[in-house]
Design a protein around this ligand. Structure first.
Ligand SMILES: [Zn+2]
Length: 482
């Protein structure tokens, strides 16, 4: 087991208008280089495929080009005059960020293709469009003392010092200190005491705001607040009406039935979002009014996801700490589980639900691993909501309005979500008992199961028989891959 743990620390930024303009141009430059790499590699691969089709000998095929930043960066520098005639206006660093990001994406794609990578299959990286998320990554492992200002309210972007171009020197000064909306004192202290080192920082524009995500490497996992142990296993069903439903109520985060409430104001925010969407549809393209509404929508959306995120953190910390095993369902593709006034709010809550599901899984994965606990993921075609948690009878039809599960076989009458959570709980128990009979210790074998699964892709087998369990994927992989 690695002794280092990498975590992302996200800080909200408040750049000056001039800094913001600069950041935008840096993100654009990064995107340019990113797409350039993808295009180059794609061409190279396509040429080979075409040659193979023509029956060219293996030995005479066009060589596979190197995907390493060390060979791509000089290539970029050689051609940058034609590729980006404006390259003198930004620090070279911006292009390098794009090249590095593209090579990482290509590496993930390649490893996934060869079956060396856990998790979902990764396709060939997508080209970034003008509408893609603005982001740029600065890698800097030396100069650990220079990241934060004395007042802990500003962060610095470490642009290389060797550049002597006056324009670059000016940029360096302009981007030297970006105001943060919250204090970074705690992180600054850890870095100063050499308990943590910063690997890189990604600046991005998310939810209408700029943020800096520091990739921090801790010598040891920051101690988590001890929580009361509540049991061996809990099943979690993520929902729309409630943030989540637990198979066993946990006082403090859920009510007596096991429902974890949604963040306050979510409903109102969704209605406002839908209203903004309608206004946006009526707006003229390119009008200043449109820009204003887009900005408003970004911010509102950002606020909704942020509050939901905070709530999720509270939930996952408690669950990962209080139970030995947490069981969740694989990605939600349950179709229409939402019933709301307008179709646009429905679509919105849908996308928020999807986003929070992957976030829930990500958080649970590293939080359970940190505490030596495990996460079990039940396959998605497991009929958690259609099955009776008491007798196992499966109903063929379950409509949206059926908030209560009524079993015609045993007469059970239970809240729909609680029923689903209990089914997930039961399925996880079944999986664990299978792993146990295979080889003694449960927590260790969970990993073995997951590795085994990766090599043979599950195909349409009976619901509930194909399963995947995972426990201690190194948190770093998880964090950096999203
Ligand atoms: Zn029943």
């Amino acid at each position: 087991m690695a002794t280092h743990h990498t975590r992302a620390v996200v800080v909200a930024l408040d750049p000056s208008p001039m800094q913001e303009q600069l950041l935008r141009s840096y993100c654009g430059s990064s995107r340019k280089a990113y797409n350039w790499v993808l295009e180059l590699v794609k061409d190279n691969l396509n040429t080979r495929v075409a040659e193979q089709k023509r029956g060219v000998d293996e030995a005479d095929l066009t060589a596979v080009m190197s995907w390493s930043p060390y060979s791509l960066t000089p290539l970029w520098v050689k051609h940058q005059d034609e590729l980006a005639p404006w390259h003198h206006d930004v620090v070279n660093y911006a292009f390098r960020s794009g090249i590095t990001n593209a090579t990482t994406a290509l590496k993930n794609f390649n490893e996934s293709k060869k079956g060396l990578r856990k998790g979902q299959r990764v396709g060939f990286p997508r080209f970034k469009s003008r509408r893609s998320k603005l982001s740029i990554t600065f890698v800097e492992t030396r100069n650990q003392d220079n990241w934060f200002s004395e007042d802990a309210r500003h962060v610095r972007l470490l642009l290389p010092r060797w550049a002597t171009d006056p324009l670059i020197t000016r940029h360096r000064e302009q981007l030297a200190w970006i105001h943060t909306t919250e204090s970074v004192r705690q992180l600054g202290r850890l870095v100063a005491e050499k308990k943590a080192t910063i690997q890189k920082v990604t600046i991005s524009f998310v939810g209408g705001r700029w943020q800096a995500a520091f990739s921090v490497r801790y010598a040891e996992v920051p101690a988590s607040r001890p929580v009361k142990r509540r049991g061996p296993l809990v099943g979690v069903d993520l929902g729309v009406k409630h943030l989540a439903t637990l198979s066993q109520p946990v006082l403090g985060i859920s009510d007596e039935a096991g429902h974890v409430a949604n963040p306050k104001h979510l409903e109102t925010a969704l209605v406002r979002l839908a209203r903004l969407n309608r206004r946006l549809a009526r707006c003229q393209k390119g009008s200043s009014n449109r820009t204003k509404i887009v900005r408003q929508r970004q911010r509102l959306y950002g606020r909704v996801t942020k509050t939901r995120d905070l709530q999720l953190h509270r939930l996952t910390t408690t669950l990962a700490g209080s139970f030995d095993v947490v069981a969740i369902e694989d990605l939600y593709v349950r179709g229409m589980t939402v019933k709301r006034r307008s179709s646009s709010t429905r679509g919105l809550s849908r996308s928020i639900l999807d986003a929070s599901f992957s976030e829930l899984r990500r958080q649970l994965t590293y939080k359970t691993a940190d505490r030596g606990h495990a996460l079990v993921v039940v396959e998605r075609f497991f009929p958690s909501s259609k099955m009776c948690s008491n007798c196992g009878e499966t109903r063929t039809k379950l409509t949206l309005s059926d908030r209560v599960y009524e079993c015609s076989n045993c007469g059970l009458s239970l809240d729909r979500d609680v029923n689903a959570a209990r089914n997930i709980h039961r399925e996880a128990l079944r999986l664990l008992s299978i792993t146990n009979t295979v080889a003694g210790n449960q927590l260790e074998t969970l990993n073995a199961v997951s590795r085994h699964r990766e090599t043979e892709a599950p195909t349409g087998v009976d619901a509930g028989t194909v399963t995947r369990a995972e426990s201690s994927i190194h948190p770093r992989e998880q964090l950096l891959s999203v």
